[in-house]
Design a protein around this ligand. Structure first.
Ligand code: NAD
Length: 419
């Protein structure tokens, strides 16, 4: 059991999930071999001048897993923990995610090994511009379109767009999504991931006859996905009983006020120590009494070691890869509904797709139109996955993976093998 955690490798986990679904689909060995490996892995080492005059060399990655259904799409992560295998896993999950919600993209991901919290804004800008330059041989509005992920935001996307545009000699907003509104960003993009999380959770709750009003919600991670989910679920009438970040967790059985917690985090740098709440260890947020658990931080946090102690009836994976295959089994046996990452957090890439479409046609939509279109896509995808799970008597992850993989395999088959 302990080994599962100490030897956690996201790519091995992604491949394990893939093989489970591919086996159940009866996919040929040849097709499995095509889909198991990323199409392209770019590793870049590049120097950046620091504010103190010294030069630091950073390592970055851009991986494209599969582009048979459309251009590659996927976020960029800045973290000391980034590894090539993590980026490969995230790229593969992006392929399945775009397929499961039926948007015409393949999967990609990028990352730089760095500690953005220890860098000045000027250093971050120079690193972003140089990283963009290094990966510009593979990205582009028709080939591979980056977006924000952990520790990157709309400002980083603006630098990326500007750098790419400077090289080309004219503005190319469609090269990246998650941009500020003033340079071709989309209404609704900031809230998109959390909005999608709310839509699918609402659907799941209805299916198991659980009212959302008054439901207790616990959220791991209080960044873009987590803090906005807290606000949206609170507005929906849920009780957000616990939230956490890297420093610790806070709990109040009567419910927290997400806006006040966010203000506290902005002032203090962490949710930990929020007045009027009980302080807990980081991992406790997954085990507190609640009806809905939203992991919104990182991979491999619900494992065979703690899955038995998860009390929620619904786990909605805002984060990518938070639940290991061994934990999936435990949760399924307990009757806990896990809405898998590739479905649950697909709101982000869906509105990114809307942003890209708007940029390409230079014609922009209003918030209402974005939200309506997002709801249609998320609900349709949720229903398709739930039906597949019923038909195969399996959990929603396997069902979602089967649906997605069969769509990518079909596209691969129809296009044929070049030359
Ligand atoms: P973020 O950087 O804005 O926030 C991450 C949060 O998680 C922070 O509060 C951080 O303190 C916390 N955290 C990190 N490691 C932790 C740990 N080990 N334990 C507890 N807390 C931890 O990132 P984000 O954009 O909100 O992304 C979070 C997750 O959601 C990632 O898995 C990401 O891939 C996924 N996701 C994000 C989007 C998006 O649009 N932002 C879309 C799809 C999926």
């Amino acid at each position: 059991m302990h080994d599962e955690v100490s030897s956690f490798n996201p790519y091995h986990m992604a491949v394990q999930q893939f093989e489970l679904a591919a086996g159940k689909l009866g996919l040929s060995e040849d097709m499995q071999e095509i889909l198991r490996k990323p199409k392209r892995e770019l590793v870049v080492n590049f120097p950046v001048r620091l504010d103190n005059g010294r030069i630091k060399t950073y390592t970055g990655y851009r991986v494209q897993h599969n582009v048979n259904r459309g251009p590659a799409k996927g976020g960029i992560r800045y973290s000391p923990e980034v590894t090539l295998d993590e980026v490969k896993a995230l790229a593969m999950w992006m392929t399945w995610k775009c397929a499961v919600v039926g948007i015409p993209y393949g999967g990609a991901k990028g990352g730089v090994i760095c500690d953005p919290k220890g860098m000045t804004s000027a250093e971050l800008e120079r690193m972003t511009r140089r990283y963009t330059t290094e990966i510009s041989i593979v990205i582009g509005p028709h080939s591979d379109i980056p977006a924000p992920d952990v520790n990157t935001n709309s400002q980083v996307m603006a630098w990326l767009m500007d750098t790419y545009s400077m090289h080309m000699g004219f503005s190319i907003p469609a090269v990246v999504t998650g941009k500020p509104l003033s340079i071709g960003g989309s209404e609704g993009r900031n809230d998109a991931t959390a909005t999608g999380v709310l839509f699918v959770t609402r659907r799941a709750a209805r299916r198991i006859g659980m009212p959302l009003k008054g439901a207790r919600v616990s959220i791991q991670g209080f960044g873009n996905a987590g803090s906005i989910a807290a606000r949206l679920f609170h507005t929906e009438g849920c009780k957000v009983v616990a939230v956490s970040d890297t420093r610790g967790a806070i709990y109040n059985e009567s419910g927290l006020d997400p806006a006040a917690v966010l203000r506290y985090k902005q002032e203090q740098g962490s949710v930990f120590g929020f007045p009027g709440a009980q302080s807990l260890r980081v991992s406790d947020v997954l085990e507190v009494p609640c009806d809905i658990l939203i992991p919104a931080a990182t991979e491999g946090v619900i494992t065979a070691n703690n899955a038995e102690r998860v009390q929620a009836r619904i786990v909605t994976e805002a984060a990518n890869g938070p639940t290991t295959p061994a934990a999936d089994e435990v949760l399924f046996k307990k009757g806990c509904v896990v809405i898998p990452d590739i479905l649950a957090n697909a709101g982000g890439v869906t509105v990114s797709y809307f942003e890209w479409v708007q940029d390409l046609q230079s014609f922009f939509w209003g918030t209402e139109e974005i939200t309506q279109r997002l709801e249609v896509i998320m609900d349709r995808a949720f229903d398709a996955v739930a039906e597949q799970a019923e038909r195969y008597h399996c959990d929603m992850r396997l069902a979602a993976n089967m649906l997605a993989i069969s769509r990518v395999a079909e596209a691969t088959q129809i296009r044929g093998i070049y030359p």
